[in-house]
Design a protein around this ligand. Sequence first.
Ligand SMILES: NC(=O)C1=CN([C@@H]2O[C@H](COP(=O)(O)OP(=O)(O)OC[C@H]3O[C@@H](n4cnc5c(N)ncnc54)[C@H](OP(=O)(O)O)[C@@H]3O)[C@@H](O)[C@H]2O)C=CC1
Ligand SMILES: O=C(O)CCC(=O)C(=O)O
Ligand SMILES: [Mg+2]
Length: 740
Amino acid sequence: MTSKIIYTLTDEAPALATHSLLPMVEAFARTAGIAMETRDISLSGRILAVFSDKLKAEQKISDALAELGQLATQPEANIIKLPNISASMPQLKAAIKELQAQGYALPDYPDEPATDEEKDIKARYDKVKGSAVNPVLREGNSDRRAPLSVKNYARKHPHKMGAWAADSKAHVASMADGDFYGSEKSVTVGQAGDVKIELTANDGTTTVLKAKTTLKAGEVIDASVMSVAKLRSFLQAQIEDAKRQGVLFSVHLKATMMKVSDPVLFGHVVSVFYKDVLAKHADALKAIGFNPNNGIGDLYARLGDLPAEQQSAIKADLDAVYKAQPGLAMVNSDKGITNLHVPSDVIVDASMPAMIRDSGKMWNAEGKLQDAKAVIPDRCYAGVYQAVIDDCKRNGAFDPATMGSVPNVGLMAQAAEEYGSHDKTFVVPADGVVRVTDAAGNVLLEHAVQAGDLWRMCQTKDAPIQDWVKLAVNRARLSNTPAVFWLDPARGHDAQLIEKVQRYLKDHDTNGLDIRIMTPVEATLFSLERIRQGKDTISVTGNVLRDYLTDLFPIMELGTSAKMLSIVPLMAGGGLFETGAGGSAPKHVQQFVEEGFLRWDSLGEFLALAASLEHLANSYNNPKAKVLADTLDRATGKFLDENRSPDRKVGGLDNRGSHFYLVMFWAQALAEQTADADLQAKFAEVAKTLTENEAKIVAELAAPQGKPVDIGGYYRPDTAKVDAAMRPSATLNAAIAKLG
Ligand SMILES: NC(=O)C1=CN([C@@H]2O[C@H](COP(=O)(O)OP(=O)(O)OC[C@H]3O[C@@H](n4cnc5c(N)ncnc54)[C@H](OP(=O)(O)O)[C@@H]3O)[C@@H](O)[C@H]2O)C=CC1
Ligand SMILES: O=C(O)CCC(=O)C(=O)O
Ligand SMILES: [Mg+2]
């Protein structure tokens, strides 16, 4: 077996950064006999892979995601996973358009498929849409934390935190009833078997929503429903309340990862907020195919299809809406892009912490910060953010120089919980009752529903739960830190989990450990109180809170979740090393293209690479890999100590310059170490060259800054163009080439 690490090629900022970093990493890894292989799991790559049959021979690419999904279930897996686009519908369509323009004969996305062929095309695209990558690769639970070196760095170089006023009007608004939280029911199934999901309408007719879902013994299933009538009246009341209080209206959902439910929720917000203009022009908007689930931006984009007169009438009525309604939080006030323009622009895990970091404010239409109402319709997790906001109002902003840390152990293996619910989420077609029945006809779960309601079922397998409990105990032991399971006994699903957690904790030696179970709000208060005293508390959570908390706490503690170590110990023994805990930072690409400056911070990649090398050293007994891992660790420490992360603006060090420093420190550490004489000798020269040419290389890397860059595409940029843009230092390239 050869030692090999798979490095994923993804999208946007992390993909650009890869063009600079990976060639250097490859050269270093080769010295230890390690092959770095790449696999394209970008949005465009995934589209091309599923439509391979429609492409010319030279355009075909293999289905790397399917291959890696398979690999993740094998003990030899060692995968470094960078963030990728989880495409919303507008992003998917934009990517299709770009690829078509590049000469790929892809079909259009059929919004309303009529023929079997169109249905097949839609099904294939829907497979690529949303969070299509992470659930496939995450065959393990997650361990996300700020390593001590990173925490020390943040304490030494605290980022800016917006001050909090006790009378801030910022708040979270959630429904009082009729939401998923209020309706959740759950059972643990004793034996393996299949279940059926069916709607019995009030007129007596039966519709099979999903004929077969296979369950394993001990699996927890839950189901819940969101009442659309109650949602819409809640939204209307919140719009009025925002106006009354003079705060910005904003909505925070996860339309990317929750690709079936949340675009629909988003669509309701759009259609309630803009109801006057949408009602008045209903026929015209139907004719141009406007769909509120794609955001109000979809309306603006399609306006051009209407006669000029009608366009200006609609525009005037849109402006009237903005006058009558409360101010909307903006994504980009210069360009007039609101919170309701694109469902993937405001994603709750990143957007709520950003609002909290900004004193409970968001951007208004004038480009100024203003107190905001954050609408998070469902109550399952919203209370966490309100608790943080209340704490900030009471005690002021958190201080990154002194605050403790909240690492996370997250249950996510095998598409656990809500994030695996897409194939079991339905917009209910008629009033009636939805039932989940087993093969013997026993009703396991049922809900009375109305047409338009969102009904969903989630699955959580037992083996991942056992693994999660074990991981929590291990982390508590290794870090000697209290661990809190964030579970709410008032929720059907969580009540089942509490029982299992209590049972499986007995399988471990928990002597001397402080392990508790608390509701999410109690756990927040407990963790925040400790954080203000500089103490750490492990959060042990389900899949959604894993996502939310691993942006929330890092953004408060470190300014960004990019600086997180994010490991997925795969249940089959392999390792999946995610890079940071954030996304693919679309704004960074915009800045790069306009100004030739890439502010992406690759610290997450550095941390993942060290963990991956360490894993490889252990599983293949490769002492050279261990030396590479240890020296990379030292280099990262120095990198943090000297604060060589990218700046935010032209003139400072950018992503490329930060890579140079990491690589120089790594080469220096290799030249200094004595554990492996061969590596020491190999790196002596490159370390010397890089050290002596520091100023020259930094200047060569900075030379292209300040000018626009043509990368030949957004979703599928031109490799040669990006290579040239990301590797502009001939001196650095030559030094690395010498490694052979
Ligand atoms: N693991 C994955 O694959 C994930 C993928 N996504 C996907 O990413 C896309 C964008 O999602 P979004 O919610 O906007 O979240 P992002 O994390 O991409 O962006 C939010 C902000 O976080 C900051 N940020 C994140 N990573 C870095 C980094 N490495 N260096 C510097 N700053 C960073 C940037 O803020 P600033 O403006 O301050 O520079 C950025 O604008 C979506 O398509 C989403 O589906 C999202 C989360 C995880
Ligand atoms: O898969 C996705 O869409 C997002 C993943 C994410 O935000 C996370 O894991 O933190
Ligand atoms: Mg996240």
